[in-house]
Design a protein around this ligand. Sequence first.
Ligand SMILES: Nc1ncnc2c1ncn2[C@@H]1O[C@H](COP(=O)(O)OP(=O)(O)O)[C@@H](O)[C@H]1O
Ligand SMILES: [Mg+2]
Length: 413
Amino acid sequence: MPKIQITAKGIRAALKKYVPYQSLTEYVWNGFDAQASIIKIDFTANELGNIESISISDNGYGIPHDKLQDKFEPLFESKKALENKLKKNLSAIHGKNGIGRLTFFTFARNAAWKTVYHQNDTNLTYEIYANAENINLYTGVNAVPRQTEEETGTTVTFSGIHGLTSHQLEEKFQEYMLKEFAWFLALNRHRNFAIIINGTAIDFQSIIADSEKFELEHEETKTVFFLYYVRWDQRLNNEPSRYYYINSEHKERWKEPTAIKNKGEQFYHSFFIESAYFDAFSFQSADSDQQEALIAGTRSDAQFKFLRKKLANILRIKRRPFLKGFAEQLLLDYEQKNILPTDAKDNLKQTIKILYEMQPKIFTSLNLEQKKILVGLLGILLESNKTENVAGLLGGIIELTPDEQSELTQLFL
Ligand SMILES: Nc1ncnc2c1ncn2[C@@H]1O[C@H](COP(=O)(O)OP(=O)(O)O)[C@@H](O)[C@H]1O
Ligand SMILES: [Mg+2]
């Protein structure tokens, strides 16, 4: 029986942070990592409400028998991760530590994989077994794969379940799965991806607090972008707020953090941008070879800059309501630090508040002296009869909406 290179104790130590729900997500990710589109999670309970078995099945490419040993060799940095090191800006590959499949010990005694893969014009199947007591052992390497009519994919079944009741799985599990996968399902919403728990697909829309679709055209180059902005009603498990760039086949090409530096406000968002322009686009212009840069779009293209400016402005507007409390806080802080004179007029305070909500960067990027100067100048401006210039000045820095423009005009009347 092949033996994993680290001891069972060593593996357990490395995995002790894992809780059962998290372990379950590892098996779902393994399915998506293997290019599955549909993951089914099924569990059965006895009359007492204890879970008897859980199975997770995917329609991915399976685990070819001749590669099993290689794939199940638990390096702390898995082969999958090493091969994809350059692709860390892609969601398609989640696995990175090479131990996800071992985490079942948090809730089960046994795990059995039945996998179907395609090789030499035929589909083959075999099983792999592992148990929690000897987590560094597994069977399957000596199995003889049999021909099958079944489609490719893998089903892992857990038995000897502990620490999970049907009540828990019915109440909280779905919510946990949404926090883990909602963004991924939204990202792949045109590719018929689904996670089905006991026959019911989870719906990423159910944790959306706000969403909006936009169609954007860069006129000079006739480049069209389809935008889908989503704000989640809660913090997602591990996925920060990001831009996702998607090509015309609806596949993710790249992801990166949005321009927003979270200041503690609960503005959890994802921004999906689809365009044929990303079919050939060099996201890492610096590393890409010259040849590629000649045929592909790059970040210095006019249409890309135009897009990023629009995205940042949409986010700025969407974020405003979340900054209200912070604007109040800013004023208190300015009073304490004597940036704001104690006898400051209400319209000066109001101006600072609104400017902060419109673009917090105006203030956060300044040092103490600069803040004093800015506030002083704003005070003088408000005393003068030149206030209508403020909107114009600000309009040069950020793209104000008509509503915001009239808001500023009102302020300075
Ligand atoms: N459902 C699956 N379908 C195809 N391959 C799988 C599946 N589950 C596990 N594997 C293979 O086993 C390897 C080890 O899985 P895992 O322990 O989760 O580590 P990681 O995902 O970090 O590589 C994976 O890299 C993959 O090659
Ligand atoms: Mg994994």
